[in-house]
Design a protein around this ligand. Structure first.
Ligand code: GNR
Ligand code: NI
Length: 168
């Protein structure tokens, strides 16, 4: 297993669109395992391959307290959604940035597991938010894109300032 480097905004590679996984083979399983290790090391509840500069439709999620409920999500499809919720989100690619985002309240997810087997689950609350946040990443969409232009500009400026300070 190995830790992967996580891209940080404003890295343009976060905007790349990931391609479907054609076969879930040992190569893909290695990426999945490395992504879980990286997500746990970063204290995240999810990680999309795009964040690790891998342009394949692979996501790992674990929203449990004890971090013993890994969910492997390959080629995710949100096949139904219902309602709306408005909750605070963060992102490993935006350290220290948080804001409320409007999402569907419930989603039905279809995906492949680590063995390449298709499954479907219904999700609500944080799991539903996380699924939508991660599928966005695979399409090059970031949580800040859901904010008002004013909030986007403020967040970009704040990040720019912090980067400038870190360079001193
Ligand atoms: O760790 C994460 N926490 C989180 C909290 C609220 C809504 C979404 C998330 S996802 C984030 C990890 C991450 O950046 N995944 O792409
Ligand atoms: Ni994220």
């Amino acid at each position: 297993m190995a830790l992967l480097n996580v891209l940080q905004y404003p890295d343009k590679r976060l905007r790349l669109k990931a391609a479907n996984v054609l076969v879930v083979d040992a190569n893909i399983q290695k990426i999945v395992d490395d992504m879980f290790e990286t997500m746990y090391a970063e204290n995240g509840v999810g990680l999309a391959a795009t964040q690790a500069n891998i342009q394949q439709r692979i996501v790992v999620i674990d929203i449990s307290e004890d971090k013993k409920s890994p969910l492997c999500v390959i080629n995710p499809e949100i096949i139904a959604c219902e309602g709306t919720q408005y909750e605070v989100e963060g992102c490993i690619s935006f350290p220290g940035m948080f804001d409320k985002v409007e999402r569907a309240e419930k989603v039905r997810l279809r995906a492949l597991d680590r063995d390449g087997k298709s499954y479907e689950i219904d999700a609500e609350g944080l799991l539903s938010v996380c699924i939508q946040h991660e599928v966005d990443h695979l399409d090059g969409i970031l949580f800040m894109d859901h904010l008002s232009r004013l909030k986007q500009d403020r967040m970009a400026k704040k990040i720019e300032k912090e980067r400038a300070r870190a360079m001193e």
